[in-house]
Design a protein around this ligand. Structure first.
Ligand SMILES: Cc1cn([C@H]2C[C@H](O)[C@@H](COP(=O)(O)OP(=O)(O)O[C@H]3O[C@H](C)C(=O)[C@H](O)[C@H]3O)O2)c(=O)[nH]c1=O
Length: 182
């Protein structure tokens, strides 16, 4: 396992050690001791989630508020997505900035999205199966969101925005400006 820093402090890429042989491949998809030693993170994951989406779906930008905020360790086990983390930490030098990375069953990269970030992804393959660990449980009443096509965030989802498939919740999410003003 190798940690690669991103321009957003504490948001890091995990490059896994893929062990291949004549049968296929093996890698440790999560090892708490190694992960904590390499990242310095002192949290604990309590929930695993899985979703499957079709091409051109965009899920996000989501976060949970306050004490219910979640750090996430995200990966793709089938297909390819563009994964995006948005720094929403008050006082952060990179507040409002985002980092995007292609996660796929080919590169087997993972992204650690700390608490205080918004998160979303777009699907670049016919289907994508997305898994992620959370260090805090789901709390519907603490959910927050920003419209993924927001002009201020100006995220290039690498799909045709006009074809983006959004949930009703995401279609009605506030703009970044409205988020800032609330
Ligand atoms: C997140 C979550 C959802 N749900 C239920 C609520 C809905 O009935 C259904 C779908 O929820 P939602 O449309 O919010 O799912 P996504 O759009 O995939 O949202 C997730 O994907 C983006 C990219 C994220 O980063 C968030 O972790 C998460 O919000 O699952 C649960 O029962 N537990 C959960 O932890």
């Amino acid at each position: 396992m190798e940690i690669i820093k991103t321009p957003l402090k504490d948001c890091v890429i995990i490059k896994n050690n893929i062990i291949s042989d004549n049968r296929g491949y093996f890698f440790e998809s999560f090892n708490e001791k190694k992960f904590k030693a390499l990242t310095g993170w002192d949290g604990h994951f309590v929930q695993d989630n899985q979703s499957q989406s079709s091409f051109s779906v965009v899920r996000g930008i989501h976060f949970q508020k306050g004490e219910f905020a979640q750090a996430k360790l995200v990966r793709v086990v089938q297909g390819k997505v563009l994964d995006v983390a948005v720094d929403l930490r008050p006082g952060s030098d990179t507040y409002g900035q985002h980092f995007s990375i292609e996660l796929s069953d080919d590169n087997q990269y993972q992204l650690f999205v700390p608490r205080g970030f918004g998160h979303g992804f777009s699907v670049l393959s016919p289907t994508a199966t997305f898994l992620y660990k959370c260090d805090n449980g789901y709390n519907k009443s603490a959910e927050g969101g920003i419209h993924p096509l927001d002009k201020t965030l100006n995220i290039d989802w690498r799909i045709n925005a006009a074809d983006a498939i959004l949930s009703e919740k995401d279609s009605n999410a506030p703009s970044f400006e409205d988020y800032l003003n609330n």
